[in-house]
Design a protein around this ligand. Sequence first.
Ligand SMILES: [Zn+2]
Length: 673
Amino acid sequence: MKVSYMVSGKNCKFAALISKVRPVDNYQSILKKYWGYDDFRGIQREIIESIGNGCDTLGLMPTGGGKSITFQVPALAQEGTCIVITPLIALMKDQVQNLRHRGIRASAIHSDMAHDDVLRILENAVFGAVKLLYVSPERLSSELFLKKLEHMQVSFICVDEAHCISQWGYDFRPSYLAIGKIRSIVPQAPILALTATATPLVINDICDKLSSHPSPLTSHLSPLTPHSFKVFRMSFERKNLAYIVRYVSDKEEQMRHILQNVPGTAIIYTRSRRRTKEIASMLNEAGMSATFFHAGLDSNIKDQRQKDWQAGKIRIMVATNAFGMGIDKPDVRVVLHADCPDSIEAYFQEAGRAGRDGQKAYAVLLFNDSDRSKLLKRISDTFPEKEEIKEVYDHLAYFYQIGVGSGYNHVFEFPIDKFCHNFRHFPTRVLSSLKILQRAGYISYQEEEEGQARLRFRLERDDLYRLRDNGTQADALIVALLRNYSGLFNDYVYIDEAFLAQQTGLTRPQVYLILKELGRRGIVDFIPQRSTPLIRYTQRREDSAYLQLPPAVYDDLKERYRERIEKMIEYATSENRCRSRMLLHYFGQDDAKDCGQCDVCLERCSTLNKAEDADRAQTLIEELLADGKQHHVSELHKLNMPYGPIETALETMIYEEIVIDDDGLLSLKNKRG
Ligand SMILES: [Zn+2]
């Protein structure tokens, strides 16, 4: 299936207008002024001009291709606020800080923020004081955001990691679907969708989901492109990166071997948090500098390790896939996968962190038969049987004691270990079931890392004042709460335990214990700062016999997932197709040539060399024996060639009865007659 990129031009309503007002080189001068670069790279300018002309635009740029410039520059060139939707809070914070550092007015709103802060930022944006407003996709559906958006002058909407909107993609996020809705609030604002990875199918789905008005006029040109997007694509080819697959049983031995032979910075990816630590200490014991990283570590430890690695103080980072987003270390020489990712997309992204500086680098995948069965098992782990999902749904209701027909909008903490222990489930399969139930609209499952503490009062204000016997510390805390936070009587409000401790002169553990106690007495609802996920019933509890899991949330997705897994296995096990070409083909790029440096190409090359050597060796032997006499085998050592190929050629010639071996005396058969 081939995607052709049609340019409809229909959507470029402001094209003529804008190009008159703004000379093209305005973009260049903005680039120079704020970033210090003289000119754009690759397809940056084409994307910038397209969105600047008011066209819906999709940019496909591999990581490291300079993606952020393509929305930051036009955002500055235009009147109004650019809304940037991006799923990773850490990255968002990073970019905002970076922009502010350059003197650009940028702000972010995301789920970790207190209501008052969000309100202040939104009002600033309405007032026109924010050029780039970063928003996490979860925030898009909030009433406050939607209300304020109506009053904003929006230049354009940038959707980063745009593949997250596609159910066919490997990283579908339901919250992205809200983007379609906000378009109707600001219909004049064009969309700039950006992604570093997308198959032809996903590209079409992105354009389709983000289109304000699918245009029937263009649909006859290609059934796959009934949208108004201009699509720009950078080649995903990485000329300095050699893709290697090693079929090995002893992976640790292979890791040591590779790292001893390829000097320089390295990343090793593994699926298991436990393994990150084990591999790092194995490498330490082998005298190599290594540390480990996964999402379960304290954030200050993670920061420190990342800094040390970035600064070159530590050579090898052993990590889960939690490591790497937003990291831009140019001189990584090898990315080694000890376990196989479950999609080519994920593999390509992670492997692509090697060799950003353009120097030779390696992406090595270690694979064996057990990896194949592990990958296949992930299909049933990610999509448990429907009966099992229903069982999890029922057990959830027993766990929280919710009767059929009730529970709507109730929120609960979800201690997964306890749940699994009580009902004898496996955590991975429970998580998968919850995600499917979420997609089907029964619950929402929120996995917040280090979520902020929240609190609301369960009593009316007057009742609160009538309370006695709280103790002085609790009273001080209640006063501090009332003074510093508004809306506590209506809904949950984010609170800051450390700040409250400072305000009341209590210690942080004291604040925590007092709030817990107030919660126990029914005075407040308190959700402490935590990393426990939350479950909310988005519908009344249904009798599980009537639970609906339609194809769009189950069967279709399971099929796509299976296809992705199979493609990954195909990549890892193929022995005769250039790895680079296989990857590029997967992303719809069919004009690539053999890379000449992956293991398949190298093997082919050495096979060719062997064949040439064998030919030459045979000729030399024939020339020696051409006189029809017998020659002692030792004379072959005098031939102008290493003895290896000579010996191989001789064996073949004797086997094929071209040469006769008479106890070490050689002669040509047909010459002897
Ligand atoms: Zn190749």
